[in-house]
Design a protein around this ligand. Structure first.
Ligand code: G3I
Length: 374
């Protein structure tokens, strides 16, 4: 074998160092995409339809939306990511780029470039856009979290942010998650920067600010762990009922649906049904906003876990299709390559309908099957 020169060895060491220095799993996944076949077939796994075609073909619910959260780096860099997204979905939500730290990194200085790129992609492919999220306690910029503000100052900051962002995307974003995750697991208000600095009325103020900026956009409250029945979903119900009673402009509730196949993580469909129906009875829409189905801690072989995962996807989609109030279902990502779950749980997982190589999983087939059922 030919002996390596010093230059070659140095180059090898450099490459290894660069690889190790890449901090995030997503970034590594993006680099490895270069080895994938980017000439993806026009349909997944030889299927003759796609999720969006199947959804748009339903005569009982022709406006039903099937969507996915979009990670910005692969949207910009990966043809197979873009092709799969455009082929399969008619709705997108930015996973991160419309959050406060990205959009208003410095006070009153707005950066809409990444969000605009996502909207352009969506419009080019006749997809709708959900905005996520105007008011949250995470992914806030340092100027906001480390500053000291009076209640009036904080309200003014909130108003400027919401109205600038909503006005910018007027006519391009059809629904916003206005307030995200304001309620804690036990059903009490989460003690966020907004709650502590403004008081519980920050929520209604946020909805009113958004409505002033775009009276036509649909406004949602979004939360996790509030899908079925229990202290948290009751608190969400009371919150949105109170907003409706006061005449606050709210159009719907987002049920995130971060679930799993392990015992206690499978959504109890009867309870989710009751919850959707009581929200619907208030005149509110429901979107399933961030669904993923973890397989870690599931029972059985790998194939059995994927089959159990497929059943959870099918059950939730079937319920949503049959409930008049439920008008959209989105997954939080679509390929296992860019799921947030492994980073969050510190455990490998495959919670989405497509594999890391963009191949359709049993979950995908189950979604198609459910969309084509009467
Ligand atoms: O912005 C930095 C970037 O500058 C840096 O290069 C990169 C690598 O170090 O990290 C980037 O920040 C990460 C960010 O995602 C963007 O990729 C953060 O570390 C990471 O914590 C952040 O995670 C996001 C998480 O919200 C924050 O809580 C996830 O991607 C996103 O999927 C997740 O989404 C939330 C929904 O908004 C609300 N519901 C729950 C859902 C899951 O947590």
């Amino acid at each position: 074998m030919k002996k390596r020169t010093h230059a070659q060895l140095a180059a090898l060491v450099f490459c290894v160092l660069v690889w190790c220095a890449i901090p995030q799993r997503q970034d590594r996944a993006l680099r490895a995409e270069a080895t994938l076949d980017t000439t993806a077939s026009a349909t997944a796994g030889g299927m003759t339809t796609t999720l969006r075609i199947a959804a748009e073909s339903r005569s009982d619910k022709p406006d039903f939306l099937i969507g996915a959260a979009v990670a910005y780096p692969p949207l910009m860099a990966s043809p197979i990511y873009r092709d799969t997204l455009a082929r399969e979905y008619n709705l997108v939500v930015p996973e991160n780029v419309m959050k406060w730290e990205t959009i208003e990194p410095e006070e009153a200085k707005f950066d809409f470039d990444p969000g605009d790129a996502l909207v352009s992609f969506a419009e080019e492919h006749q997809m709708k856009v959900r905005g996520h999220t105007l008011v949250w306690h995470q992914q806030l910029p340092g100027w906001l979290t480390t500053g000291t503000h009076t209640r009036d100052q904080l309200l003014a900051i909130l108003k400027t942010h919401i109205q600038t962002v909503v006005a910018h995307y007027k006519g391009h974003v059809f629904a916003w998650d206005v307030v995200n995750e304001a309620i804690g697991d036990n059903g009490s208000m989460r003690e966020t920067i907004w709650y502590k600095g403004i008081g519980p009325d920050y929520i209604e103020q946020a909805f009113r600010f958004a409505h002033e900026a775009d009276p036509d956009v649909q406004l949602f409250y979004n939360d996790f762990g509030a899908e079925g029945l229990g202290a948290k979903s009751s608190a969400v119900y009371s919150l949105v009922k109170d907003l409706k009673d006061k005449g606050v402009p709210i159009d719907g509730v987002g049920l995130q649906m971060h679930v799993g196949i392990a015992v206690n993580q499978v959504p109890v469909i009867e309870n989710v049904k009751d919850n959707i129906e009581r929200l619907g009875a208030l005149g509110l829409k429901v979107h399933i906003t961030e669904m993923d189905v973890k397989i870690q801690n599931g029972i059985g072989t790998y194939d059995e876990k994927l089959a159990a995962q497929a059943n959870v996807y099918a059950d939730v989609l079937r319920l949503c299709l049959h409930e008049p109030a439920c008008t959209a279902l989105l997954t939080w990502g679509f390929t296992d390559r860019y799921s947030w779950i492994p980073d969050f749980t510190h455990h490998p997982d495959e919670p989405l309908p497509f594999t890391v190589d963009y191949q359709p999983k049993p979950a995908y087939a189950a979604l198609i099957q459910t969309l084509t059922e009467p």
